[in-house]
Design a protein around this ligand. Structure first.
Ligand SMILES: Cc1cc2nc3c(=O)[nH]c(=O)nc-3n(C[C@H](O)[C@H](O)[C@H](O)COP(=O)(O)O)c2cc1C
Length: 326
């Protein structure tokens, strides 16, 4: 081998990190029966026939002696919800398996539940790989749950949102500068919002509540006992201004009640009937969401929510936090 090139290690690591991967936990069991596991994203497929996979382990890893001597190891492709587990198995010194229930595998290596896919392997080859050891394993068994996978990109966890197989019209020739485009963020958000709201509105039409009343009930359902000003603080982002007459209409329907404290401040609380109406609305809102989720795929919905939350935070004019603990 020629003398190795001298790279800036950080720049080299950063460039390698652009290769986006899934995240795995690889487990084995030491000769004295101790469960061993580490987080690894160096996993890759090698061969279909025979079925072979590989991964590499740092020579300074505490688990090296166990992986070098034990024949059986399991690769767990982590699901998007398993980020905390990934962190746990990437940290040295902690009891990585504390509280983790294991499935039965074909060999002695621990088999973790709740993953996207799992490969139960036996070491076929072991190679020197600089500061790492490369393990090539023969796959003895595998399973695939179809859960959305956890992704690792440039040193950060990420979610995978699939591009559609058929080209979206985003690739259409660019329109003249002065015109609206089909991929203008405001248009996309607005259209998605109205389309989803329309479905919900049709489902809610049986309840005889208008949009404002729906918003008020959903706010009181999350945070009861609010003044009119506080209610307006929470619905402000919709552009709607709740007036006393809307609250009176809800009172007449016995969905909310007004309570006055000693200082004469009026606070609105939900009645039992209001709570029931609200539960019905929540069920409908969830039905609309699950209908959309079926069309988009669970992983894409998760990625969409993360991006929307970032957008909400980035455009927040400083609204009170409806979800904050009181
Ligand atoms: C996303 C991610 C991927 C990782 N990939 C690898 C890898 O492929 N090989 C490796 O040796 N360490 C990898 N690590 C680091 C190990 O998980 C970490 O050093 C662990 O503490 C080693 O455990 P041990 O010393 O108990 O064996 C990765 C860490 C993270 C967070």
């Amino acid at each position: 081998m020629n003398a190795p090139a001298t790279f800036d290690p950080q720049a080299f690591r950063a460039a390698l990190g652009t290769f986006t991967t899934g995240v795995t936990i690889i487990t084995t069991r030491s000769a004295d029966g101790e469960p061993i596991g580490i987080t690894a994203n160096s996993f890759n497929s090698v061969s279909l026939n025979p079925p072979l996979v590989l991964w590499s382990l740092a020579k300074n890893a505490r688990s090296l002696p166990a992986f070098s001597s034990e024949k059986y190891w399991n690769v767990h492709v982590l699901a998007a919800e398993q980020e905390a587990l990934s962190g746990r198995f990437a940290a040295q010194g902690s009891d990585k398996f504390a509280g983790v229930e294991l499935d039965d595998g074909i060999g002695p290596a621990p088999l973790l539940p709740g993953c996207t896919a799992r490969f139960q392997c036996r070491t076929a080859f072991q190679y020197e790989g600089g500061d790492h050891v490369i393990f090539v394993g023969e796959v003895l068994a595998f399973d695939n749950s179809g859960h959305a996978p956890l992704v690792f990109q440039s040193g950060q966890y990420a979610l995978a949102a699939r591009k559609p197989r058929t080209e979206l019209r985003l690739a259409a020739p660019p329109p003249p500068e002065c015109s609206y485009t089909e991929d203008l963020l405001g248009y996309l958000l607005g259209r998605a919002h109205y389309q989803m709201l329309d479905t919900l509105r049709r489902l809610l039409s049986g309840q005889q509540l208008d949009e404002q009343q729906f918003f008020i009930l959903s706010i009181l359902c999350i945070r009861d006992n609010l003044t009119l000003d506080e209610i307006n603080g929470f619905v402000g982002y919709t552009g709607l201004k709740v007036g006393a007459e809307t609250l009176q209409a809800l009172q007449q329907q016995d969905l909310i009640a007004c309570e006055q404290n000693a200082a004469g401040t009026e606070r609105y609380v939900m009645t039992a009937a209001g709570r029931e109406a609200s539960l019905h609305q929540i069920a409908l809102a969830k039905a609309v969401e699950s209908e959309v989720a079926d069309k988009l795929d669970a992983g894409d919905v998760m990625a969409l929510k993360v991006l929307l939350k970032r957008l909400v935070a980035a455009t927040d004019p400083g609204l009170p936090d409806l979800w904050a603990a009181r």
